[in-house]
Design a protein around this ligand. Structure first.
Ligand code: ZN
Length: 268
């Protein structure tokens, strides 16, 4: 009888030990899973924080240039400014502001259509504190009223207007150049800002041609060079600060001053 009792005690002891071990294993498993989850959610939190910080540091114009136009933007642009081209264009696609059909290699150029779309997106996003000197409208609405289409021209030496009527011809090389991925490129001072000024300059020719050779006489005529000069001044000084950085404002202002000095016959 004693022996049976002893055996039972041992069995109970062994079973208890096994149960303890199993409980211990389950507890450690749950703890590990939870700490893993905490690690993952901490990582997610940090990644989200970094993305938000990057978005906060990125200017409004940089954000536009690193993203793709929406379907409704493309529909609107194609409606108001149908794009034609004298060379065949590859299929339109867009990922992170680039057409992968054009950007397979580092040496590739930009899709000229995407450059035009992005210039129009920025033009539409420009809301100046002061009214422009040559129109009651904002820049985009004024451009929309004047221009009936944009032709990508691979044969011309310079961009021009207005043949056909109300159509501006933009030089292919200018549209394809990779500097148009930046509002103002830090190393060169070139970039999308200059294309936008060029578009407005050409659109002004619908109403006024140059009055002194390729120059104009003075700012008061409010011709294409005056409009380009004033728009540069407004971009540099009349936009909210988050649109561009200080370097970009400085370059825009100095290139505008350069136009005042070099593009008017009566300038003293
Ligand atoms: Zn001109």
């Amino acid at each position: 009888m004693n022996q049976i009792n002893k055996k039972m005690k041992i069995t109970v002891l062994v079973i208890s030990c096994i149960i303890f071990i199993i409980i211990g294993l389950i507890i450690s498993l749950i703890y590990n899973q939870n700490s893993q989850k905490t690690k993952i959610s901490l990582q997610t939190l940090n990644t989200t924080k970094t993305v938000i910080q990057n978005q906060q540091n990125q200017t409004v114009f940089d954000t536009i240039l690193s993203t793709c136009p929406t379907q409704s933007e493309i529909k609107e642009f194609n409606n108001y400014f149908p794009i034609t081209s004298d060379i065949p264009l590859k299929d339109y696609k867009c990922s992170n502001g680039l057409n992968p059909n054009y950007s397979e290699n580092d040496s590739d150029n930009l899709d000229p259509r995407l450059t035009i779309y992005n210039s129009l997106r920025i033009m539409k996003a420009m809301h100046f504190r002061e009214k422009l000197p040559w129109t009651e409208k904002n820049t985009y609405d004024w451009f929309k009223e004047k221009i009936k289409g944009i032709n990508i021209n691979s044969k011309t030496n310079i961009s021009f207007c207005c043949n056909p009527k109300q159509i501006i011809n933009l030089k292919l090389d200018v549209l394809q150049n990779k500097d148009k991925k930046e509002w103002v490129k830090r190393q060169t001072g070139t970039g999308m800002m200059h294309l936008l000024l060029l578009e407005i300059h050409e659109a002004r020719h619908i109403d006024i041609l140059h009055t002194c050779g390729y120059k104009d006489h003075n700012l008061n005529e409010m011709g294409a060079w005056a409009v380009q000069y004033y728009l540069g001044q407004y971009i540099a000084t009349e936009l909210p600060n988050n649109c561009q950085n200080q370097y970009e404002r400085d370059i825009t202002l100095s290139s505008s001053e350069e136009i005042k000095k070099t593009r008017f016959c009566d300038y003293n």
